[in-house]
Design a protein. Structure first.
Length: 552
């Protein structure tokens, strides 16, 4: 334990200013801002190192699908200039190296306590203090609690009969062993064809004796066209990064996509085809932003979806396998679009088998097999690329309560309700970074994290200046924000797929569309206006801001 940590522990009888839960992109930047503001803070982290999602997700092929130049912090010009990304889309090891570099540069490790899982958080309304308890039954107390627990961090292993009898190793992509896994000579079974499966499948197929892919829902995947970054491009970015970052902050999803400006349905079919082809060749999720109506109009969306379907038919040689791989019953983009390197091509390999679980659902797992009604598929190793209890899972894994009797699990029993995705009525002095009702997973999440952290940091320093001890979202403001989030989403095609954005992948999870899709620029302005109006929609020491009437 570092001497700083000892000092913090010794001080822990006296409460800290802030406890941050999680040492990923969000928690680290929060800790940096707290130090800058002269507030005492500790970061409690379940993992043994920094990185959060990028620590746990070290499966083969793990890579970001936002361009590296943009998927990085913008708060330090010096950091921007000294770090050079190697590839267009960074690999997990490169992102983790970057995060470690940031920690070293800003000396952030001394405030982090690793291998420390928070199990509960309770707010004492009389003392205005949070007490967080860890799995090892330690208690930490602070005036403010910031949950930087991540949106896709609570891994979900489906409940499949017989899984406990499996004799081989079982891995979830989100809890991958840090020292890697050997596939040579192994018959590998992999369940799940979302972003993680799509990235891992080609890598595993190249090494394993045989790979059987169990697919429930076919995905839409576009090529990454990953490549080393040209030095001229990096130099140009570094020279203009301030302008580029500013443009990203007011864009739709926080990424400098080539956003189309006209509707697909008002574009001649041959022009549309050429545009889709151009974007397919360029690679990345830029494909999904070709026209203004792709996310709103089913007929327009069908133009893009059928383009991808035709590509699958062109690349995958066996027509029956191609048919099984082809998504037909939901719009492209309604589930998160996947970005791949050789995904479709992998199904042309002789050591890869695709099992369509819609035609033959998994009945059980045997000692060395995955069994469907059509028979037993041999397996020495089982990989769950089965996703997450996204957005709310990591928050609800912690028993968050107040002495006054509020419980987050109860408050969110019918679905999450939060004000701006930043705060929850009934839970004073608690902040959620990229919480439900904020752009979070729909956006460049590092950009959204910085926006939230900056907002919270300014809020805490402002409250300190005014001598305010307690801030809490009002029910009224929260209800209006939740309604606004649903309203904005209802004009889109997001409701047309069983996605994790809606909680549809977790049995029993209430179906509520969780991210805010009104755009990061619009959202950022709203947050700024709320702060400028004296924290409209919040109560400060129990008194509602006078201007809190018109929030959304
Ligand atoms: P995703 O996108 O939730 O994908 C999980 C996949 O696992 C998806 O294909 C699921 O099918 C499948 N799945 C889940 N449960 C089962 C069961 N019980 N049986 C069969 N198949 C199942 O998670 P990822 O880790 O790939 O990606 C998460 C995010 O990380 C990603 O969007 C990026 O932001 C990075 P389903 O579609 O539910 O039918």
């Amino acid at each position: 334990m570092s001497s700083d940590m000892n000092a913090l522990q010794a001080k822990s009888a006296a409460p800290l200013d802030v406890i941050v839960v999680g040492a990923g992109f969000a928690g680290l930047y929060m800790s940096y801002r707290m130090r800058q503001a002269g507030l005492s803070a500790i970061v409690l982290e379940a993992g043994s190192d920094v990185g959060g999602t990028w620590y746990w997700n070290c499966y083969p092929g793990a890579r970001c699908d936002v361009p590296s130049l943009e998927y990085s912090y913008s708060f330090s010009e010096e950091l921007e200039q000294e770090w050079t990304w190697r590839e267009r889309f960074a690999t997990q090891p490169e992102i983790l190296a970057y995060i470690r570099h940031v920690c070293d540069k800003f000396d952030l490790r001394r405030n982090i306590r690793f291998d420390t899982r928070v199990v509960s958080a309770n707010f004492d309304d009389t003392e205005a203090l949070w007490t967080l308890r860890t799995q090892a039954d330690e208690a930490w107390r602070a005036r403010f609690c910031v949950m930087a627990t991540g949106c896709i961090s609570e891994a979900r292993i489906p409940d499949i009969a017989g899984v406990e009898s499996f004799k081989g190793a079982i891995y979830h992509t989100g809890h991958w062993p840090q020292d890697g896994v050997e596939f040579a000579g192994k018959r590998v079974a992999l369940i799940g064809t979302g972003s993680s499966g799509v990235q891992a499948i080609p890598c595993i197929a190249r090494e394993a004796a045989h790979l059987t892919v169990f697919q429930r829902t076919p995905c839409y995947s576009v090529p990454a066209r990953n490549a080393p970054l040209a030095p001229e491009l990096v130099a140009e970015w570094k020279e203009n990064c301030a302008t580029k970052r500013a443009a990203a902050r007011v864009s739709r999803v926080g990424v400098l996509h080539d956003y189309g400006t006209v509707p697909a349905l008002e574009t001649p079919a041959d022009v549309r085809q050429k545009e889709f082809e151009r974007r397919w060749i360029k690679g990345g999720t830029n494909f999904a932003y070709a026209y203004t109506d792709l996310g709103r109009n089913e007929q327009a969306n069908e133009c893009a979806a059928s383009f991808v379907r035709a590509k699958i038919a062109e690349i995958v040689r066996d027509p029956e396998t191609a048919r099984k791989l082809t998504p037909v019953d939901y719009p492209i983009g309604a589930k998160r679009i996947c970005v791949d390197t050789d995904y479709w091509e992998t199904f042309n390999r002789s050591n890869v088998t695709l099992v369509d679980l819609r035609a033959e659902p998994i009945q059980s797992i045997g000692e060395r097999s995955v069994n469907t009604q059509n028979g037993a598929y041999p397996a020495d190793m089982l990989i769950m690329a089965t996703g997450y209890d996204a957005i709310t899972g990591a928050l609800l894994a912690i028993d968050i309560t107040t002495r006054a009797g509020a419980s987050l699990r109860q408050a969110w029993a019918a679905g999450p309700r939060a004000y701006l995705g930043l705060a929850v009525a009934g839970f004073p002095n608690l902040f959620t970074i990229t919480g439900p009702g904020s752009p979070s997973v729909i956006s460049n999440v590092v950009l959204s994290i910085e926006q939230h952290v900056d907002w919270i940091a300014e809020c805490l320093t402002g409250l300190g200046r005014q001598g305010v001890r307690q801030i809490e979202a009002t029910d009224d403001a929260q209800e209006r924000w939740v309604a606004h989030v649903q309203d904005v989403a209802s004009g889109t095609l997001f409701s047309k797929a069983n996605s994790w954005y809606l909680g549809a992948n977790v049995p029993g999870k209430p179906r509520v569309f969780m991210p805010y899709v009104g755009g990061v620029g619009v959202y950022g302005n709203t947050c700024r206006e709320v702060a400028e109006a004296g924290y409209r929609g919040f109560m400060l020491d129990g008194v509602e801001s006078a201007k809190s009437r018109d929030v959304a």
